[in-house]
Design a protein around this ligand. Structure first.
Ligand code: ATP
Length: 459
């Protein structure tokens, strides 16, 4: 197989599709929107949930060395002193003296404002954590922070999980949840926002085995994206230089994706050594030791952290799936989403709204909805309806026609190939189940029927 060349898609096309079809809206749009905050619409919420579910399934459910956690967003303020965020989670900020726009000075290419060319102020350090107050009194003593990463909730629960699950090293704790960063500059759609979601693993290992596990997790995480359909050519690993390593990291690789604006970070995988547990032991006075009952040693585990962004994954999966195919006098826009990620798995399309046909179609719709997100569409021509489903990535359409009333069969039409097969209604669920799993061999129904495979002109 020849390796495909990297391919960038136009961001405007993806944003427009997301707006048009209800994947993603600007937050509080009726008030003019809130800068860098986004709302996931009916299709976006499904896609996002499917991504998180796929991650949880592969990283927690199917592994015997991982458990889950859901820690609170607000944590004891000492957490952030220990983690280094109070002191070190800062970006250098400059402001334009003319237009008052603010910039991250380490992002700027020149000495003047990139927007109006005005003079810039001296750079000052700006802490990215959102501050709020716990309880009714707004005073310094009641300050709490919205977590800027989910990781710290895992570190502070290390002993709780260890003691209640009787885990032995190596093992990991996984968590999916919101994080907040008061980023100076945001943009590129959902790529950089101030409220976002992370999928993080903290994998605890014996010191000395950390390099091996670090390599393992880089490979494992890269493969996860590829298995779910991202083209390998659009993914690249980038090792952090010594000077750019975060204060806690011994080594770090980014998984970069070829986003519309260029190669950018999708996920970071860091070898955090024992930094976090040592810090929390010192600030809390509680032991973070692990006792190895084979060697009878006490030690603080090292941590390998694969940290992925949910929203950046949504954007990467959308960009990678986006495609336009010339089709007669129109362009067929489609999302080649992996079936497990597609917001809607099956669309049921009766050829006409006539009662007899609608009755059968609605029954099929009700039956399939027990298993998947299914949509029902009886408006406009069948060709238009196929296009609408292609555009949102629905892998299969089930068409109910007048012949269905006689032969009790329906047509399954595939999104990518536009191939059509005719199947008995009684076998429909089983066949869709197999097809959604990517299986191509089906059990023939009693009577050994052979399904007709044909390509319909014009899809
Ligand atoms: P960047 O360099 O792009 O600011 P980072 O290195 O600070 O990212 P990490 O602290 O490693 O990011 O966070 C882990 C993951 O969380 C990132 O790979 C990304 O997917 C996601 N993430 C971080 N910041 C944001 C943000 N502002 N908006 C959306 N996702 C984010």
């Amino acid at each position: 197989m020849t390796e495909q060349a990297p391919k960038k898609v136009d961001m405007e096309k993806v944003v427009s599709l997301c707006r048009r079809r209800g994947f993603i809206f600007p937050s509080s749009e009726i008030y003019g929107g809130l800068s860098s905050c986004w709302d996931y619409g009916p299709l976006g919420v499904e896609l996002k949930r499917n991504i998180k579910d796929a991650w949880w399934r592969a990283m927690v459910q199917e592994r015997d060395d991982m458990v889950g956690l859901d820690a609170s967003i607000m944590m004891h303020p000492q957490t952030w002193a220990a983690s280094g965020h109070l002191e070190g989670f800062v970006d250098p900020l400059v402001e334009c003296k003319s237009c008052h726009r603010r910039w991250r000075s380490d992002d700027l290419e020149g000495d003047n404002c990139p927007s109006c060319g005005g003079e810039l102020t001296e750079s000052r350090l700006f802490n990215l954590m959102f501050k709020t107050f716990m309880g009714p009194v707004e005073e310094e003593a009641s300050v709490v922070y919205l977590r800027p990463e989910t990781a710290q909730g895992i570190f502070v629960n290390f002993q709780n999980v260890l003691n209640t699950t009787r885990r032995r090293l190596p093992f990991g704790i996984a968590q999916v949840g919101k994080a907040f960063r008061n980023e100076i500059t945001t943009g590129n759609f959902i790529f950089r926002s101030r409220e976002f979601e992370q999928m993080e693993i903290e994998f605890f290992v014996k010191p000395g085995t950390d390099q091996e596990w670090f390599n393992y997790w880089i490979e494992e995480r890269l493969n996860w994206y590829v298995k779910l359909g991202i083209k390998r050519a659009n993914l690249k690993l980038r090792q952090h230089g010594k000077e750019e390593l975060a204060h806690y990291a011994r080594d770090c690789y980014d998984i970069n994706y070829l986003f519309p604006m260029g190669w950018s970070e999708l996920e970071g995988i860091a070898n955090r050594g024992d930094f976090d547990l040592v810090q929390h032991a010192s600030f809390s006075g509680k032991s973070m030791d692990y006792f190895d009952d084979e060697t009878k040693e006490h030690f603080i585990p090292y941590i390998i952290e694969p940290s992925a962004g949910v929203d950046r994954s949504v954007l990467a999966f959308l960009c990678d799936a986006y495609d336009e195919e010339p089709d007669e006098d129109e362009i067929r826009v489609l999302l080649h989403l992996h079936p497990s990620l597609a917001p809607i798995k099956v669309a049921v399309l009766p050829l006409s709204r006539r009662e007899k046909l609608a009755g059968v179609a609605k029954q099929i719709y009700a039956d399939l909805r027990q298993c998947w997100m299914v949509s029902y569409d009886d408006a406009q021509s069948i060709g238009r309806r196929y296009r609408r489903q292609d555009e949102i990535g629905t892998p299969f359409c089930v068409t109910v026609d007048f012949q269905s009333l006689e032969d009790e069969q329906v047509t399954i039409r595939e999104r990518d190939t536009m191939n059509q097969i005719r199947v008995p209604i009684s076998e429909l669920k089983k066949i869709l189940q197999a097809k959604l799993k990517g299986e191509s061999l089906f059990v023939l129904p009693p009577g050994g029927m052979i399904w007709k495979v044909e390509r319909e002109e014009g899809g």
